[in-house]
Design a binder for this molecule. Structure first.
Ligand code: PLP
Length: 459
């Protein structure tokens, strides 16, 4: 039988064990806290080091701008609509890499396709045939509008535009180009010559001669500006960087008719609007346009690989008959990028992303329009189609304050490149309702905060 001494000893040893345990737990907690603080401070140090490298070796002025907006943290990993920095902050991506992430970040199907190709053959000799290139070209010709049959794959949006302008010139034996006010087609010399923003063009003049600017949405002005030397009209179906402008419904059918009657080529730039972004696979389908040449990039690579593409009709492609190397690119058509694009198109189709973009867009537009009515001094206008939406603020300063306020709420946003008073909403097309709600809530809170600041400044 157990003596009372024995049971007392047992009880005491139990108490001692509990105390020791508590001590152990406390010590572990303290140790953990010290380790965590150490890890955080080393992450902060790493972050500071990278900021310093940006200042010293990349672009000090850009670094200052990023810091001013509150986005000066190293991006670490991402998935779907969420991006995480090294400090562990979770951001909702409402910018989508300026239109790249239609499928969100790291879409498994696209990542898998790229890994498979990577293990097999990342780049080819450029001498033999490239299977993913041929399959991508076929797929693009099947899903694209009108009679676009041929594809030249390059590496970026501006490269696609450069090629498109060259094709138009060589096809028509004319040099004149017409483009639209506020248009954005890229920043290399040819694309810049048809990009409608003085601030970007001015320091680089003279640009390529023979480029004329007309008002976006005014078909009569286009008609009046065509002359005997006009090769092509280059236009975005919905202007993106110009501040998200949707043209009136009568515009494009008239543009198409004018281009055909006057014998000039119609180049539709779908670099930002393509791949389901506006609720159709290609935005020009909203108006039944049949381009002679169409350019793609950004989301074509499924958010995994950089890629651009020029598409053209059989008639345009005749220009390669005389010299098949009249336009070429070392990395263009590489199998990694083509495999990514093929997988991306399949995923867009399988997941009905254009339809989802249209539905998400309606949710954003509906809620944002209510905010315009409630805060007319801050928000001037809301416009867009699908998941390409612009929120126009009273001026650039309010736009800047809004971006900082949203950054503080861990929402990634940016203004449009040619209009800094317009904030773009350009999330993944399959964005969840929870994330839409979180973004709208953050915009609402930010508007209230910025309204209070601007009222206190004007008081
Ligand atoms: C409509 C359009 N075209 C061309 C470009 C240029 O693309 P990239 O930046 O890939 O050169 C852009 C970039 O934003 C764009 O929006």
């Amino acid at each position: 039988m157990e003596s009372s001494f024995d049971s007392c000893e047992l009880y005491l040893s139990g108490v001692i064990l509990v105390i020791l345990d508590i001590k152990c737990v406390t010590i572990s907690c303290v140790l953990l806290r010290i380790l965590k603080e150490y890890a955080m401070s080393s992450l902060e140090e790493r972050n500071e080091e990278i900021k310093d490298l940006y200042m010293k070796h990349i672009n000090p002025s850009l670094m200052r701008l990023v810091a001013f907006m509150g986005y000066d943290f190293i991006e670490d990993h991402a998935s779907g609509s969420h991006v995480f920095d090294i400090m562990g902050n979770d951001y909702i991506d409402c910018l989508g890499g300026f239109g790249v992430f239609a499928l969100g970040h790291c879409h498994p199907k696209v990542v898998e396709a790229v890994k498979k190709q990577l293990n097999k053959m990342p780049l080819t000799s450029k001498e033999l045939l490239v299977e993913p290139y041929a399959r991508l070209a076929k797929k693009l010709s099947e899903i694209s509008p009108g009679k676009l049959q041929y594809v030249f794959v390059c590496n970026s949006g501006t490269e696609a535009i450069e090629g498109a302008l060259k094709l138009a010139r060589i096809k028509t034996h004319k040099s004149g180009l017409i483009y639209t006010e506020r248009a954005f087609h890229g920043k290399t010399m040819g694309s810049l010559s048809v990009t409608g923003r003085e601030a970007f063009q001015l320091p680089f003049r003279p640009l390529i001669p023979g480029a004329k600017k007309v008002t976006f949405g005014d078909a009569d002005e286009l008609e009046a500006s065509i002359d005997n030397d006009t090769a092509a009209f280059v236009v975005e179906p919905i202007q993106g960087e110009g501040g998200i402008h949707v043209p009136p419904d009568h515009y494009f059918p008239k543009v198409q008719k004018i281009c055909r009657e006057k014998g000039i080529l119609l180049i539709i730039d779908e670099v930002q609007t393509g791949m389901g972004r506006t609720g159709k696979m290609f935005a020009c389908e909203h108006w039944g346009i049949e381009p002679d040449i169409m350019t793609l990039a950004k989301a074509l690579g499924g958010g995994v690989m950089p890629i651009g593409a020029i598409m053209g009709t059989a008639s345009v492609w005749e220009v390669f008959e005389e010299n098949p190397l009249i336009h070429s690119s070392t990395f263009g058509g590489n199998p990694l990028a083509c495999a990514a694009a093929l997988a991306a198109i399949e995923a867009i189709e399988e997941e009905n992303l254009p339809e989802k973009a249209a539905i998400a867009g309606e949710k954003f537009l509906g809620a944002l329009k209510v905010m315009v009515d409630a805060h007319p001094g801050i928000i001037k206008d809301i416009r867009g189609r699908g998941c390409l939406i612009g929120v126009e603020f009273a001026d650039d300063d309010i736009g800047g304050l809004m971006i900082s306020a949203l950054a503080a709420r861990k929402v990634l946003v940016a203004f449009t490149l040619n209009n800094h008073s317009v904030l773009r909403i350009e999330p993944a097309l399959g964005i969840s309702d929870d994330d839409i709600f979180r973004i709208l809530q953050a915009i609402k809170e930010s508007v209230i905060e910025v309204e209070a600041i601007s009222e206190s400044l004007s008081a």
